[in-house]
Design a protein around this ligand. Sequence first.
Ligand code: FES
Length: 122
Amino acid sequence: MRRVDLLGVDEVPEGTLTMAYADGVDQVVVVHANGVIRAFQGICTHEYFELDKGFLTGGGSPLPDGSPAGTLTCALHLSRFDLATGEALDPPAELPLATYPVVIEDGRVLIEVPDGPLLVNE
Ligand code: FES
């Protein structure tokens, strides 16, 4: 396993999403919604389209407190992805987004991933 530093916590305020680059090349979309920072593959699983051009939307799986985790909607064909699981909730996307476990350390957002290239669903 390895940790990859993506960006500062202050670069992704609550209610926003932004693209980061793991190892300077792999696109990772970092989402801060409902008090949780999460990281997903930066490109949609349907076609090649950057997910930081998408927008945060409601719904999604319930969090432990019962509130919905929220969803990320791809701007190209409007598939929604569940922020709790990465699952595609609407067509045309079928595959889930790859999700990368986030660690917050010293004001930085890091992901903890296996050695080697980032896993991406496509
Ligand atoms: S490219 Fe994202 S839904 Fe089609």
